[in-house]
Each structure stands twice: as C-alpha cells, then as structure tokens.
Ligand binder design. Structure first.
Ligand code: FAD
Length: 349
C-alpha cells in the first residue's frame, strides 16, 4: 500500500493529460494511471482516413499548440497520437502505463484505487477513461441470427475487407457519415439513419463548434445540437455532393442474410458496420455510491461529481462539461477540476 497522494488521474488520453497539466500548475502532486500500452488514448484506434474536424491550431490542449500538418488537410489520428506523446514528454507528466484501474472505493475519506499493478491511495480522483472501450450496439431484433460480418466503428480499420461486398452502415452522426463515405468507392453501401441526416453548414468546423458550445455555456444560443449532427469534412462533402452518400430509413430488424427497414424495404447484406456510438467507461467507479442516470453520472454540467467530494470526471461528453470530449474543449474543464482539487486539499490540510 502506497502513501496517500494528493491526486490520481485515471486514464491518460487527452483528458487525463489536460488534467495532469493543470494539476502540475496547481502544484498538486499526482500520477496518471493509463491502461494503454502507449500514449494517444482513443486516437490509436481510429480508421486510417479519419481527419479531425478542425485544423491543428484549433485542436490543441492547454499550453502548447498542436504542430501544423504538412498538407492542407486537417490532422489525421497518427498526428494526434504524436502530439499527445510529445505533450506528455514536453511537460514531463507523471504517466504510468500500462496500469489498469479495476475499482475505486473510499476508506476513511481516502480514495483507494485497485489496479493490476498495485494499489494507490489518493485524496482526489480525476476520472478520464473515455468512451472508446465501451462501443454501443443497439439491441436490434435478429442481430444474433445475421450470418454476415458485424463490426463497430471502434474496430473499423478501413474499407479493404469490405471490397466488393454489400455493407450496411448504421448511424446518422459523424462516424456513420465518414465510414459510409470511406466505403463508397469499394463497396455497395446502404446507409441507415434515424430521420434525414442533419449536416452542419459546410463552413462549420471544430472552431465554430467550440465557439457555439462555449456560448451556450454562457447561456447564449442553443448549443451545438441546434446546428446539426454531421460535420461536412471533405470526403463526406464530396460523396454527398456527388449524390452518392444517400441515407435510407433505419432498419427495424436483421435477418440471416440482410435487414428489413422500418418502411418494409429489404436489403441483402454481407456485412454491417455499427456507427452507433459509445458509452462512458465508468465500470471502475462501481465501488462508489455515485448517482447515475441513463449510463452517465449525474452532474451539474461540470467535472465535479455532486455528493462525492474529491471526485471529478473529464472528457466523457457534454454532461461533464460542454465540449469536454474534444481536444480544444477539455482544457477549460481540466483547469476547473484542478482548481477544485487544489481548493479541496487546502481546505482539508
Ligand atoms: P480516450 O482518448 O479514450 O482516453 C482514455 C484513456 O483511458 C485510454 O488511454 C484508456 O486506455 C484509458 N483507460 C480506460 N479505462 C481505464 C482504466 N480503468 N484504468 C486506467 N486507464 C483506463 N475530438 C476533437 O477534438 N476533434 C475531432 O475532430 C474529433 N473527431 C472525432 C471522431 C470520431 C470518430 C470520434 C469517435 C471522436 C472524435 N473526437 C474528436 C472526440 C474526442 O476527441 C475523442 O473521443 C477523445 O479520444 C476523448 O479523449 P479522452 O481522453 O476523454 O478518452
């Protein structure tokens, strides 16, 4: 059993690094425990054609701008991984990996973190374990009887395995649009969405999304959701404008050889790619009495968890801070969490 640390950050993706940056600034001693083998968080696992919504300068963590990319295109995932690895080194952040935190409990006001590499004790915990390890697939009737291949976008590695096949892409948000556009040149694609796809205006990218999210936080405007669901990144825009990226009604059920849509249309299929989102990876919080609703922790729209002093959550979604799940957006919440950690430690010192 180790000494009691002032703080432990669980998860070493972008949110965990931002937390560590501000904890360091606050002079709060801490470690970052990351289950991954290498830096980069979820960006290590995305598909090759994925590009960020924004140019590098607008995809930065606190303190250091992401270096520009060579070409005109927005950064790809390897560029983000390189940036996160360099960010850790630049600030000499105290990241330990691979360390998988299995559970956290509370004993005499101290958090006790059980991991596959020992036990840590801390007065504050910042959770930043992301969503990538919990891909969500809806319970569509017939899903177990479908004889073709099924993959979630979390494991989609590019179009090659789907060449010449009939592929259903399910989901009308960014992943669905991007994966469908990625597959169109090589496969026969059916893109099933709930309602018509809602594209953001073409000129809107991550900069504008961040501005709108911040304005909504100040009580101005209606938030990002009012703009639409899909950022028209160049491959999506090209496929849409060429009339190739066309949505069909959502499927109602799968059959052994295909799917039946809500309007009765039948599709013969070889594979399904589920672009149906993720859930927050919060299983390690089971040992704490944390209020939850619909798979999320109940918060007041920021990183603090009401009723559990010393516990903070970063990066999972807007429910723990508007734009908390983006590179540019997580910094403000990390700064707030670190300040509250510092204040809490000062109070109890
Ligand atoms: P992650 O990157 O998932 O990092 C979490 C880390 O915690 C991982 O290293 C994991 O191994 C570790 N971990 C998990 N469980 C444990 C545990 N129990 N113990 C210890 N460690 C653990 N954002 C943008 O800003 N711009 C974009 O253009 C953009 N495009 C996106 C496109 C797609 C398709 C997707 C899915 C997301 C996109 N995002 C974008 C959103 C966002 O930036 C990412 O989801 C981001 O990776 C979230 O960072 P994170 O640090 O919260 O989580």
């Amino acid at each position: 059993m180790t000494d009691v640390l002032p703080a432990v950050v669980v998860g070493g993706g972008q949110a965990g690094l931002a937390a560590s940056f501000y904890l360091r600034r606050q002079g709060v001693q801490h470690v970052v425990l990351d289950a991954a083998e290498a830096p980069g968080g979820a960006w290590r696992h995305t598909w090759p054609s994925l590009r960020l919504f924004s140019p590098a300068a607008y995809s930065s963590l606190p303190g250091w701008r992401m270096p520009p990319t060579d070409g005109a295109e927005n950064p790809d995932a390897p560029h983000v991984v390189d940036y996160l690895a360099a960010y850790e080194q630049r600030y000499d952040l105290p990241v330990r990996r691979p360390v998988h935190v299995r559970s956290v409990t509370r004993q005499d006001g101290t958090f006790v973190l059980d991991s596959d590499h020992g036990t840590w004790r801390a007065r504050a915990v910042v959770g930043a374990t992301g969503t990538w390890s919990r891909p969500f697939v809806p319970a569509v009737p017939g899903i177990d009887r479908f004889r073709g291949d099924q993959v979630h976008s979390a494991r989609y590695a590019g179009p090659a395995p789907f060449a010449g096949r009939r592929v259903l892409v399910v989901g009308g948000a960014n992943s669905g649009a991007q994966v469908a556009a990625d597959l169109l040149p090589v496969a026969e694609v059916t893109w099933a969405t709930l309602g018509s796809p809602r594209y953001l205006p073409d000129e809107v990218d991550g900069r504008e999304l961040f501005r709108v999210a911040s304005a909504s936080l100040r009580g101005e405007g209606e938030g990002v959701g009012s703009l639409g669901d899909i950022v028209a990144v160049p491959p999506v825009r090209r496929a849409r404008d060429a009339g190739e990226l066309v949505a069909t009604p959502m499927i109602a059920r799968l059959t052994p050889d295909g799917a039946v849509a809500a309007d009765g249309t039948e599709h013969e299929l070889d594979a399904v790619v589920w672009c149906t989102g993720f859930r927050p990876e919060l299983s390690w919080l089971r040992g704490l009495d944390v209020p939850r609703r619909e798979g999320r922790v109940v918060t007041e729209g920021g990183p603090a968890v009401p009723g559990v002093p010393g516990l903070f959550l970063l990066g999972y979604g807007d429910w723990c801070g508007a734009a908390s799940a983006t590179l540019i957006g997580v910094g403000q919440w990390a700064r707030q969490a670190a300040a509250e950690v510092g204040a809490g430690l000062a109070t109890t010192a």
